[in-house]
Every structure is written in structure tokens, then in C-alpha cells.
Design a protein around this ligand. Structure first.
Ligand code: NAP
Length: 306
């Protein structure tokens, strides 16, 4: 590392996960360069020592991205119903372009965000397949690596909360009995800091989750409880999710990939990770109920006592 203050390049800094990681790295005094397409999408540009404008999917825009950098973190990815760009262009090739830039610059450690139960999920869903292929390339890169395989984050749970608030009904995929321990991006950021500092977290795949385990149905009930509304929860059976995915495949590959992901979640009895952190989903939902945006609902969690 360069002296006492490791230099970290954060890709995905404008997103929920990368934004949380950026905030914690800033709090802990790391030197930060953020890759972004549009500076205005950063929660707070002042947390960055440098902002590098570039597109992960266009390698010609990444020259110099990792020069002088010790550690690269990437959470770049899409979960969108838009047809273009595809997950193979962003989750796969975009992250490989960053990996290549890191290798060329002699970066010491690469930290990558894949998904919980990635190897199993990769057999069923292209979304996980794309990320697991990157994870494999990271392992073979010759750099020290830490691959995180997190369960769902609080922002994914916000879709349930928004449905309860805006429509008064939550549709769950499957019976909603599968277990999950959702994770805060700030808690995750603290784990990323440990992965940089602690040798025992290097060259590892770490399956992580938050401090409380719920069934999907309990999360839906929590959303209604925080909103003070009578629960209205409906089920879309896993077989129906499979059918929707199959019908979408010829027309919209990204939507197909998302529904295959939902199908996996609907069928899995347990997608929990090893517990890290202390932030609670109920507090996040309460912040959303007060009208906070996703980013500010997360930020408000840093103010709550441990
Ligand atoms: N959230 C979860 O529950 C969860 C759980 C496990 C794994 N993951 C993985 O982590 C990834 C990131 O999750 P997130 O919740 O942080 O997503 P997010 O909030 O949507 O952030 C995605 C990041 O990727 C960047 N990006 C998207 N499309 C891009 C493109 N075409 N070119 C360059 N950059 C692009 C975004 O940049 P812009 O701001 O410029 O669009 C943003 O910085 C997911 O895609 C998923 O594979 C997520």
C-alpha cells in the first residue's frame, strides 16, 4: 500500500451498494477515486479525492482509471427491465474491463460483489452466471481478491415497502417462506474495510447478510406494520414465475434474467449469509415511511447508535 493511507478506486459508487461503501471508506479515512458516468449521481462528491468520468462498458474511457491505486472495489451491475444494455455487456464485460484496468496498473487487491449462492444460482439465472464468471476471472487474475456473495440488500426490500405504500398490496414470488437476512450497504461497507485491512479476509469468498433473519412474508408484514396498514399479501407461485420468464426470453433478455432470479429466490428455502453488522430493516423502512429517498434512508442509519 502507498504509505499509511490505502488508495481505493470504487466502481458502482453512484449505486446503492457502492454508495454505502464509498461513505464508509470516506469515514475511515481512505483515499478514494470514484468511477462514474455522471458526477451528479454521487450522493456526496466531496467524499471522493478524485472523480474519474468513464464508462465501464467502454474500455477506451478507462485509461488511467487504476493508476496509483492499491485496491479496486466494483459493484457495477444492472437490475433493470430495459432491454439495453444487456447484463452481459454491463455485469460481465463492464466488470472485466475494470479488472483489466486494475491488472494493467498493478493493483494489489480486487474486491467484487457477486451474489449469495452464486454457483448454484448461476445454473438457473444468467444474472448470477455473468457475475460468477467475473468472480472466477478475479480469482485467476493473480491479484489478491475478496469476493463477496451477499444476500439481498435493504434497497431490494424497498420494492416490497414501496408496493405496500403505493398499491396497498405486496405480491410475493413463491410462498414467501424462504429465509433471508437483508443487509445494509453501510454494514457492508464496514466489511469491505475489514477485507482491505485484514489479511485473513483476502483470497476468500465471503457469504454475508444482515443481523436479522426473516421470511419474505415477514418482510412484507413488517412493511405494512411500519406503514400502519392492514397486510394484503398475494402469492405468485414459483411455476408461474418460471412461465413469465420463459415467455419474456425471446423479447427482453434482461427481464427474463430478472424473473429467473425471482424464480430462484422463490424456490430457495434459505438465502441467508453469515451475519455482519447491526443495522435493522425496520429502521430503514421507518426512514422510508418518513419520505426519505433510498440514499437518505440508508444514510440516516449511520446516525443511529450501535
Ligand atoms: N442490491 C442487492 O440486493 C444485491 C444483492 C446481491 C448482489 N447485488 C449485485 O450488486 C449489483 C449492484 O447493486 P446495487 O443495488 O448497488 O445497484 P444500483 O444501485 O442499481 O447500482 C448499480 C451501479 O452500476 C452502475 N451501472 C449500471 N449500469 C451501468 C452501465 N451501463 N455502465 C456503467 N455503469 C453502470 C450504476 O451507475 P449509474 O449510476 O451511472 O447508472 C451504479 O453505480 C447488482 O447489479 C447485483 O448484481 C445486488
Amino acid at each position: 500500500m502507498n504509505g499509511q493511507r490505502p488508495r481505493v478506486m470504487v466502481a458502482g459508487a453512484t449505486g446503492y451498494i457502492g454508495g454505502g461503501v464509498l461513505e464508509v471508506l470516506h469515514q475511515k479515512g481512505f483515499w478514494i477515486r470514484a468511477l462514474c458516468r455522471e458526477k451528479r449521481r454521487l450522493v456526496n462528491p466531496k467524499w471522493c479525492n478524485e472523480i474519474f468520468l468513464g464508462h465501464a462498458t467502454r474500455p477506451e474511457t478507462l485509461k488511467g482509471l487504476c493508476e496509483g491505486i492499491d485496491v479496486v472495489f466494483s459493484s457495477i451491475g444492472i437490475h433493470s427491465f430495459k432491454c439495453q444494455p444487456s447484463i452481459w455487456e454491463v455485469d460481465y464485460q463492464g466488470n472485466l474491463n475494470i479488472l483489466q484496468a486494475a491488472k494493467l496498473a498493478g493493483v494489489q487487491q480486487f474486491i467484487f460483489v457477486s451474489v449469495v449462492r452464486g454457483a448454484e444460482m448461476a445454473r438457473l439465472t444468467p444474472l448470477a452466471a455473468a457475475r460468477e464468471k467475473v468472480a472466477q476471472a478475479v480469482k485467476e487474475s493473480g491479484m489478491n481478491y475478496t469476493i463477496f456473495a451477499p444476500t439481498g440488500f435493504f434497497n431490494d426490500m424497498s420494492y416490497l415497502f414501496n408496493a405496500a405504500r403505493d398499491k396497498g398490496v405486496i405480491y410475493l414470488f413463491g410462498e414467501g417462506r424462504g429465509q433471508i437476512n437483508p443487509l445494509s450497504a453501510l454494514d457492508f461497507g464496514e466489511e469491505v474495510v475489514k477485507a482491505i485491512r485484514l489479511p485473513e479476509l483476502k483470497n476468500k469468498v465471503l457469504t454475508v447478510g444482515g443481523c436479522e433473519t426473516f421470511t419474505h412474508r415477514q418482510i412484507a408484514e413488517l412493511a405494512f406494520e411500519v406503514l400502519g396498514k392492514e397486510p394484503c399479501i398475494k402469492i405468485i407461485p414459483a411455476g408461474m414465475v418460471w412461465l413469465i420468464a420463459s415467455l419474456l426470453r425471446p423479447f427482453n433478455y434482461n427481464a427474463y434474467a430478472l424473473f429467473k432470479f425471482f424464480e430462484f429466490m422463490a424456490r430457495m428455502p434459505d438465502v441467508t449469509g453469515e451475519v455482519i453488522g447491526w443495522r435493522r430493516l425496520e429502521d430503514f423502512f421507518k426512514n422510508l415511511a418518513q419520505g426519505a429517498s433510498l440514499a437518505s434512508a440508508e444514510r440516516a442509519l449511520s446516525l443511529q447508535p450501535q
